[in-house]
Each structure stands twice: as structure tokens, then as C-alpha cells.
Design a protein around this ligand. Structure first.
Ligand code: SF4
Length: 65
């Protein structure tokens, strides 16, 4: 089970998350900040882990159980 949260206040709109895991993350059309599409994805776990690593602002938090 994977649980994701994304802190829009920390996000700097770099877009790595949406590039790496496009079914889980998107970017707001207005400010470019992260939009969390799926906080508990059943798939794309490897891509989500890569997105957490790649995020330059540490805005994505991941819990796995
Ligand atoms: S990778 Fe991080 S900083 Fe970039 S859009 Fe996603 S959450 Fe925001």
C-alpha cells in the first residue's frame, strides 16, 4: 500500500513528478505546482519512488506499508 501527499506550498513547479509518473501527478495550469491525481496508486510505484527522489523541493511525501 502506497500513500502519497504533496505539499503545494513547498512545490516549485519543476514538473519532475508529472514527467515521471503522469497518472499520479499533474501540474496546475495556472501556477505550475503539483496536483496530486491519485494519493494511493495501485500501480506506478517505481515511478512514484523515482519522482520522490527527483523532486528538487522535497514536496512529495511517501508512506509505504
Ligand atoms: S517534482 Fe516536486 S517541485 Fe516539481 S512539480 Fe513535482 S512536487 Fe513540485
Amino acid at each position: 500500500m502506497m500513500r502519497i501527499s504533496a505539499d503545494r506550498d513547498r512545490c516549485i513547479g519543476a514538473g519532475m513528478c508529472a514527467l515521471l509518473a503522469g497518472s499520479v501527478f499533474d501540474q496546475d495550469d495556472n501556477d505550475g505546482r503539483v496536483l496530486l491525481l491519485d494519493p494511493a496508486p495501485a500501480t506506478e510505484h517505481t515511478a512514484v519512488r523515482e519522482a520522490v527522489e527527483a523532486c528538487p523541493s522535497g514536496a512529495i511525501t511517501l508512506q509505504e506499508s
